[in-house]
Design a protein around this ligand. Structure first.
Ligand code: AMP
Length: 412
């Protein structure tokens, strides 16, 4: 039995987990099966609490765990692991502030630093901490590692991470841009570099899922990203607005008498694709509706792609050289339509999409979908300009990346 890492992503009422095999995911050519076991415990703390497990053959089982809290759910997850030989646990932690620039082994000091960061991520860090504290009790003999969503972006220069607001707010309250989805941007850019055999590239990675962000990655380091102090900044997302005029808040308060909670709900839960279309936050649904002539579904897609193209153009300012774009996340990996529509809005950027390859790239497929040479490594700028920028689709593997970083911290 090989030694494995348990990856845990704890939300306020859910726990996602995966048992990741020994080999580092960057080197795995076939990703099936990706995990020896994975699953989701959801609706925790309610009578509907449910544990869904998927085994290495893709077989699904669901176990009702009524009223289970995080500790009970984790005990159930532990039981399903059978004779799995765990060597460590990797925890996803959303916000590491400026303190954590890489993954770290968890001890009491790390727990208290994550707690100190709660004001920056009031919804996520308390849930992540709950998961950490529960697993520390249940698995006190295993090393546990915290892997932060923000850490990858700690290489951003001040010109990218500072807001143009008074210095005091940064110096004393740490108000700045942090960026998120770091695990995903790190994985897909490293994976693409691995496939090309060099890290001497400048990528714009577009993570397009329910949450969406772009990231400029130069020689493996994040130089800018579209999310900011919170995951609300930037692109149009499933239910999040992304960028709006900062005075929108004031306008809603003054003209409509809205409260801060109303505005928070509006921008985080009722906007984005859902707000624009009025029907759904799901890109598949919108795509189908747009084909039947649904005008607001079509508008939601148009705004999504236009704002994404704008962000790609903006991110290109951060890169000394722009090798190409990487699409990932549920939309980025599966929607040939969104990839094509977005790239068509960037005519000055020398992207030449191969339509046939683009159409085939769905459901976990990985590869290059431009018209260039698959294995070419464009060390030379002229060749790059001649061939066009590279366009890749890389299925993200956040659990695999967390497991890899966990092994990295432990020197395994
Ligand atoms: P994620 O958060 O990465 O799971 O991504 C969720 C998003 O991916 C949702 O908006 C889904 O509609 C979208 N998605 C998944 N499959 C497809 C598909 N085949 N075409 C378009 N969007 C998809």
């Amino acid at each position: 039995m090989s030694q494995t890492i348990l990856v845990i992503n704890c939300g306020s009422s859910s726990i996602k987990f995966a048992v990741v095999p020994e080999k580092t995911t960057l080197e795995i050519e076939s990703k099936i099966p990706r995990f020896r076991r994975s699953g989701l415990a959801e609706n925790l703390g309610t009578p509907e609490a449910l544990l869904n497990i998927i085994d290495a053959n893709g077989e699904k089982t669901s176990i009702a765990i009524p009223d289970a809290d995080h500790q009970i759910a984790l005990t159930h997850i532990l039981k399903t692991l059978g004779d799995e030989q765990l060597i460590a646990i990797g925890h996803r932690v959303v916000h590491g502030g400026e303190k954590f620039i890489r993954a770290v082994q968890i001890n009491t000091e790390v727990v208290s630093a994550i707690r100190d960061t709660i004001p920056l991520a009031p919804l996520h860090n308390p849930a992540n901490l709950l998961g950490i504290e529960t697993t520390l009790k249940l698995f006190d003999d295993l090393p546990q590692i915290a892997v932060f969503d923000t850490a990858f972006h700690q290489t951003m220069p001040p010109q990218a991470f500072r807001y143009a607001i008074p210095d005091d707010l940064y110096q004393h309250h740490r108000i700045r841009r942090y960026g998120f989805h770091g695990t995903s941007h790190a994985y897909v850019s490293q994976r693409t570099n691995h496939l090309l055999g060099s890290s001497n590239h400048g990528w714009i990675s577009a993570h397009l899922g329910n949450g969406c962000s772009t990231c400029a990655v130069w020689q493996g380091k994040s130089l800018d990203t579209s999310m900011g102090l919170t995951p609300l900044e930037g692109l149009v997302m499933g239910t999040r607005s992304g960028n709006v005029d900062p005075s929108l808040h004031l306008h809603l308060v003054k003209t409509l008498g809205w409260s801060l909670d109303d505005i928070d709900q509006l921008l985080n839960k009722k906007s984005g694709l859902l707000g624009l279309s009025g029907v759904s936050n799901d890109m598949r649904t919108l795509s189908e509706l747009a084909k039947t002539g649904h005008a607001s579904a079509a508008l939601a897609i148009d705004v999504f792609c236009y704002r994404l193209a704008q962000s790609v153009a903006a991110m290109s300012c951060a890169l000394p050289r722009f090798t190409g774009i990487i699409f990932t996340g549920g939309i980025g990996e599966n929607s040939a339509e969104i990839r094509a529509k977005t790239l068509a809005l960037l005519p000055h950027f020398n992207f030449h999409l191969n339509d046939a390859k683009n159409q085939k790239m769905v459901r976990g497929a990985e590869g290059r979908v431009d018209q260039g040479n698959h294995k070419s490594d464009d060390q030379d700028n002229d060749q790059n300009d001649h061939q066009g920028r590279q366009i890749w689709v890389i299925p993200t593997d956040e659990e695999g990346q967390i497991a890899q970083e966990t092994r990295g911290v432990l020197g395994l």
